[in-house]
Design a protein around this ligand. Structure first.
Ligand code: HEC
Length: 153
């Protein structure tokens, strides 16, 4: 065995492959907290997907997207309970609990009419919270067409 290969093997055995230099930097910061604007951006995508899933009566996907929205709202409460002096956690609950549980019910009952009604209520709740937190210029509505062309609804 060539000395270089032997040394490499010994290094691997002693230190494990994790210690070898990598061609790209590995983020070691485990305290990463997503910004509120970033969480909201993912909520916006899920909000659009939820609509198209419901529109196509793909109730399984709709339930999944609603769950993702709820998780992201939970993250908002967890990471940004207060944002720029606004009690965001409380505002999330008072605005979104009712419409999200109505959508959940509509999905369970596969009731398209109720789905549409409660979806619009959720969109209004999003906008209303933006208004009361100083971001009234971010106005949420039903999407007209999907920007996501690589997924079947
Ligand atoms: C607690 C109140 C609250 C609720 C409820 C809420 N938002 Fe927001 N949203 C905010 C705040 C505050 C910002 C500004 C965050 C920032 O700039 O860091 C924001 C920002 C946004 C943005 C801008 C992000 C960007 O990158 O352009 C979008 C889009 C958005 N929200 C969508 C939604 C949708 C969709 C819902 C409902 C499903 C929703 N929000 C519910 C408070 C809320």
């Amino acid at each position: 065995m060539k000395p270089f290969i032997a040394i490499t093997l010994i290094t691997l055995i002693l230190h494990g492959a994790n210690d070898l230099p990598t061609p790209y930097p590995i983020a070691k910061n485990t305290n990463y907290v997503p910004g509120l604007g970033d969480i909201m951006g993912t909520i916006q995508i899920r909000h659009a997907k939820l609509w198209f899933a419901g529109k196509m009566k793909n109730w399984e996907l709709a339930a999944y997207e609603l769950d993702e929205i709820k998780e992201a709202l939970d993250d908002t409460v967890k990471y940004h309970p207060n944002f720029k002096d606004k009690p965001i956690a409380k505002m999330i609950d008072s605005n979104t609990l009712q419409p999200t549980s109505q959508i959940e019910q509509a999905i369970k009952n596969k009731n398209y009419k109720e789905f549409v009604k409660s979806f619009d209520k959720l969109s209004d709740a999003c906008t209303s919270c933006h208004q009361s937190s100083g971001y009234g210029f971010i106005s949420i509505k039903r999407p007209t067409h999907s920007l996501i062309s690589n997924q079947k609804f």
